[in-house]
Ligand binder design. Structure first.
Ligand SMILES: [Zn+2]
Ligand SMILES: [Zn+2]
Length: 112
């Protein structure tokens, strides 16, 4: 596999796989902080983080997360997971639709 991401070997990278779409993404840390960057920047959820090679500000980039309901790993594509206070995979979001905030329900309704 050749990709842009593989060229960035600046940190030890691991792979997570989205349990819904099967997308495999490289990440550096599962948590809220990327110690190699600016440790004072805390992400808003425990997520699969990596440094953003395209950002001059070197902020963490979330490439995936873990569903707060079923704990499966999902990527951050809107077709796989939604985030509002906590992350929901799409099947869990649908199953708990009535409990979701209105903004999230609207987001969910956009998905096929
Ligand atoms: Zn996915
Ligand atoms: Zn779930």
């Amino acid at each position: 596999m050749q990709s842009l991401e593989q060229a960035d070997a600046s940190a030890a990278q691991k792979m997570m796989e989205c349990s819904l779409c099967g997308l495999a993404v490289l990440y550096e840390v599962f948590g809220r902080r990327l110690p190699v960057l600016e440790p004072q920047i805390e992400w808003r959820e425990d997520a699969y983080l990596r440094s953003d090679p395209f950002s001059s500000r070197r902020r963490p980039l979330a490439v995936g997360g873990r569903c707060s309901v079923c704990a499966r790993d999902v990527c951050v594509a809107a077709t796989c997971s939604l985030f509002c206070d906590r992350r929901f995979c799409l099947p869990c979001a649908r199953a708990n639709r009535d409990a979701l905030p209105a903004a999230l329900r609207a987001e969910l309704d956009k998905q096929p």
